[in-house]
Ligand binder design. Structure first.
Ligand SMILES: NC(=O)c1ccc[n+]([C@@H]2O[C@H](COP(=O)([O-])OP(=O)(O)OC[C@H]3O[C@@H](n4cnc5c(N)ncnc54)[C@H](OP(=O)(O)O)[C@@H]3O)[C@@H](O)[C@H]2O)c1
Length: 306
């Protein structure tokens, strides 16, 4: 096993572990033991959200790991996300005041004093995006969020922040995998020193969200392509699984990755990414596989899940 972490250094010299444990679609009861297992397997970065309805269980898993595995709070990087509201879905947009309360409620569920990273989950709040960003700046000032960022934001959304003369996000969490490579957005984020956290890294797998009710937005063609994928041959060449190959592609590009699994063996496998390297020819071949927009999110479309 090669589970030693690598890190992305954020602006305030904070270290973001490149492999995080994703918890979307894990319910509040199951997540406690899975987060514990993930930490025991070497993960030091846990990704949750107010919208996932599992912060309470995530907090219990972290608490159990801290007390039983002799790990300190400072060694675990915890991310949660603000659900911003969405007028298109008849939901009020969160305001400065309600955002301060939202993080307080997340911290209470997580049983933590602070999170390492607090993200605006999506750019839904067209008329209140800047107000929401200012509230995150205030929460960072108060020490409740060590770093702050956004998720599913496009270049135009981040330019709004820049035009207002406000500090830019520390990170943008976006859907990235060989079928959705977003080269222009990646170049923009890199130019602006905004860390890239890649989610839904495993979309090309035939096993991606293939359980009834798991909100797979993959088309029939994508499902068929996943069953007969070019990643199989590459994975065999490096002696790893297809999942490891896809995750390694992310870290080799400098992105943090967030594999989710409810299976102990896969949890262990998904952090074992540092004992092989995808060669330049294979990286070049994968670069040609981009199909454009992702399946978990399409920029600007508020009807898509975030
Ligand atoms: N910011 C956002 O808007 C946003 C959106 C989506 C996701 N995310 C974050 O990113 C995380 C990951 O994204 P995701 O939930 O789309 O899932 P993912 O990690 O891309 O894929 C998970 C799927 O792949 C399967 N899988 C996991 N490891 C595997 C392996 N080694 N071999 C074969 N199959 C494997 C899982 O099944 P099993 O569980 O049965 O193993 C599950 O069906 C989320 O949990 C969440 O934290 C953020």
């Amino acid at each position: 096993m090669h589970t030693q972490q690598q890190y992305i250094t954020l602006k305030h010299n904070m270290k973001l572990p490149m492999v995080g444990f994703g918890t979307y679609l894990i319910n509040d009861n199951d997540v406690q033991s899975l987060v514990y297992q993930a930490i025991r397997s070497g993960y030091r970065h846990i990704d949750t959200a107010e919208g996932y309805g599992n912060e309470h269980g995530v907090g219990l898993g972290i608490k159990a790991a801290l007390s039983e595995l002799g790990i300190s709070r400072e060694e675990i990087f915890v991310t949660t996300k603000l659900y911003p509201g969405n007028e298109a879905w008849g939901q009020p947009l969160k305001t400065h005041e309600s955002i301060i309360e939202s993080l307080q409620a997340s911290l209470a569920r997580l049983q933590l004093d602070y999170v390492d990273l607090y993200l605006i989950h999506a750019p839904f709040a067209r008329t209140k995006r800047l107000e929401q960003w200012k509230a995150l700046l205030e929460l960072q000032r108060q020490g409740k969020a060590r770093a702050i960022g956004v998720s599913n934001f496009s270049e135009a959304h981040i330019e709004e922040i820049k035009a207002a003369g406000l500090p830019l996000p520390d990170a943008n969490q976006i859907e990235l995998h060989p079928w959705s490579q977003k080269p222009e957005l990646v170049a923009y984020l890199t130019r602006n020193n905004i860390a890239i956290i890649a989610y839904s890294n495993l979309v090309p797998l035939s096993s991606w969200r293939n359980v009834e009710g798991q909100a797979s937005a993959k088309t029939d063609q994508m499902k068929a392509d996943g069953a007969d994928s070019p990643f199989k041959a590459m994975a065999t060449k490096y002696g790893v699984s297809e999942a490891q190959l896809l995750l390694r592609w992310g870290v080799q590009n400098g992105y943090a990755v967030l594999p989710k699994s409810a299976n102990a063996e896969r949890i262990r496998q998904n952090i074992d990414l540092f004992g092989f390297e995808i060669d330049a020819a294979d990286m070049a071949a994968i670069a040609k596989m981009d199909r454009g927009d992702g399946v978990a999110w399409q920029s600007g479309d508020p009807t898509k899940e975030a």
